[in-house]
Design a protein around this ligand. Structure first.
Ligand SMILES: [Cu+2]
Length: 186
């Protein structure tokens, strides 16, 4: 392998690694569903209390204790989320599941009627990134996306530098034909 071939191969390996890093981020962003635990451990909470998701995401609530429901308090104009079926006093027990697909961007707040005064309130925020503002958004924000990939390049560059110097040393020791070593004009 001559020097040019080596450089080409090394460049290809770098590109392949970068592509792998990019596709990993894409896979994580492709998740289409999220889950909220209702009353986990008997605690009067929705966990997580704030869910960020992209339009079209289906969120599933899973009851982990009894006598909870979902009453929608506020939602974006044009949205038609109705919460759990029945009136505000209709409650559901452990094992119940409820899901809703959110299409309209904005903030949806909801509460559990029996436990509202105990603080069993939560929200769903539908936005373009499906992430907390400023806290990620890899799939839509190139600036944020650059950070992990740059970290990869630094690591790859370091490894390449080590390999190049090892290969160089190997050929120097084996053939000993460095123009510097011979000191002449040839
Ligand atoms: Cu409740």
């Amino acid at each position: 392998m001559n020097r040019r071939e080596f450089m080409r191969t090394a460049g290809g390996a770098t590109a392949a690694t970068a592509a792998a890093a990019t596709s990993t981020a894409g896979t994580a962003a492709a998740q289409s569903g999220k889950t909220v635990a209702v009353g986990p451990g008997g605690n009067l909470v929705y966990e997580p209390a704030t869910v960020y998701a992209t339009p079209g995401t289906t969120i599933t609530w899973e009851w982990e204790s009894d006598t909870h429901n979902i009453v929608v308090e506020d939602q974006p104009e044009g949205a038609n989320w109705e919460g759990t079926e029945g009136s505000a006093t209709t409650v559901y027990d452990t094992g119940h599941t409820y899901e809703h697909t959110f299409e309209t961007m904005g903030t949806y707040t909801y509460y559990c009627q029996p436990h509202r005064t105990s603080g069993m309130v939560a929200e769903v925020i539908i936005n373009e990134s499906g992430q907390a503002p400023g806290g990620g958004g890899e799939e839509v924000d190139p600036e944020h996306m650059g950070v992990p990939i740059q970290a990869h390049f630094v690591g790859i560059a370091t490894i390449l530098a080590i390999i190049v110097s090892m290969v160089f040393t190997f050929f120097m020791l084996k053939y000993g034909e460095s123009p510097h070593a011979s000191g002449g004009n040839n």
